[in-house]
Ligand binder design. Sequence first.
Ligand SMILES: [Zn+2]
Length: 75
Amino acid sequence: MPLYEYTCRECGRRFEVLQRVGADSTGVVCPGCGASHVSKQFSTFASSVAGGAGTEGAMPCGAPSASACGSGGFT
Ligand SMILES: [Zn+2]
């Protein structure tokens, strides 16, 4: 199961919850204040990928695209 990141709307605490894919925030409570008023955030992984597009979006090997990265064209 993936980890989902939540932010408590009451105290602002950020925490992670292990949930099934597609699960919503029902039953999720803030570990800091116990409030159920929480909002799901994008995962760290997803946000880092999206935020890197355009600036740090190059593939790890340095090629401009995934196809170039994996085809052996990069040496
Ligand atoms: Zn809280």
